[in-house]
Design a protein around this ligand. Structure first.
Ligand SMILES: Nc1ncnc2c1ncn2[C@@H]1O[C@H](COP(=O)(O)OP(=O)(O)OP(=O)(O)O)[C@@H](O)[C@H]1O
Ligand SMILES: [Mg+2]
Length: 257
């Protein structure tokens, strides 16, 4: 597929394997030589960087909080472009790896409306993602990201399910809520994760029963647990690893590689 500026987002129930699936998709993209990639860790309890064996320190949320304080304290002259300022700071914390860039969103502090800052952020991310061939986002668990409209411009929403009933309810809610808040994903696909291959038909059937497209299954892979324990990057998993093979097949089927 040659399309540029494609935004892919990974969501689903808590603990279903979103970050792992995001890391495996990233590996498939990198290994296939797929051009410039932006990875966005959009989970406030972020750990995608960990899975990729990267140390990150600064987050977008920290910059946003400072911007909000500076605006509230009247530290900007009226003609000063807050957007330019914000954008420059975001570029500074963009983590540049050889094969991809990573942006960690982090957790917004405290309550209160960040609306102005959030709108700026959405607009900056929108611009930023146009500079990449693919933007891959690892979302937080559940549905909250939909109401915050973080995934407003997502082209392909990958919803991860496992064998639990709740994971299908969450998948359905993501689809329905997206409609309610007028987010128009161009495509929604469902990936079964951490499921033994003998249950593939069951997973496929359940996915199709709720009217979603089934894109494949990532099996339980013992290498994932051992890499996790050793703190090794999932990007280093061997080609022969069952999850790696499966993720390659899935990205091919979705049309990303
Ligand atoms: N295919 C798999 N085979 C083996 N272990 C897996 C697989 N997928 C995920 N895991 C393990 O399951 C656990 C949860 O995975 P992960 O952190 O990716 O889930 P998540 O949906 O991102 O969680 P959260 O909702 O907290 O963000 C991790 O310990 C991970 O190593
Ligand atoms: Mg996660």
């Amino acid at each position: 597929m040659n399309s540029e500026g494609v935004v892919v987002s990974v969501s689903g129930k808590g603990g279903v394997g979103k970050s792992t699936v995001a890391a495996l998709i990233l590996k498939a993209l990198v290994d296939s030589g797929r051009g410039s990639i932006l990875v966005v860790d959009a989970d406030p309890d972020s750990n995608l960087a960990d899975l990729l064996g990267l140390e990150t320190s600064r987050t977008v949320a920290e910059i946003a909080a400072k911007l909000k304080d500076d605006i509230a304290a009247g530290r900007f002259p009226p003609e000063f472009s807050k957007r330019d300022y914000f954008e420059t700071r975001i570029f500074e914390i963009l983590h540049e790896e050889e094969k991809f860039d990573l942006l960690v969103m982090g957790r917004g502090e405290g309550e209160g409306c960040y609306c102005a800052v959030n709108d700026l952020l959405t607009s900056i991310l929108d611009t930023l993602s146009k500079n990449y061939s693919i933007t891959l986002m690892d979302m937080e668990a559940g549905l909250e990201h939909l109401s915050r409209r973080t995934d407003r411009d997502v082209d392909i929403m990958v919803i991860v399910v496992d064998r639990s009933r709740l994971s299908y309810l969450t998948a359905r809610r993501i689809r329905d809520l997206a409609k309610e808040v007028h987010i128009d994903f161009k495509r929604i696909v469902t990936v079964g994760n951490r499921v033994e291959p003998e249950f593939e038909e069951v997973v496929k059937k359940r996915v199709e029963e709720i009217g979603l497209e089934y894109a494949g299954l990532i099996p339980v892979d013992p290498n994932i647990a051992s890499y996790d324990m050793e703190g090794r990057s999932l990007l280093e998993l061997p080609e022969s690893s069952p999850a790696v093979k499966a993720a390659k097949e899935i990205t091919r089927r979705i049309g990303l590689t």
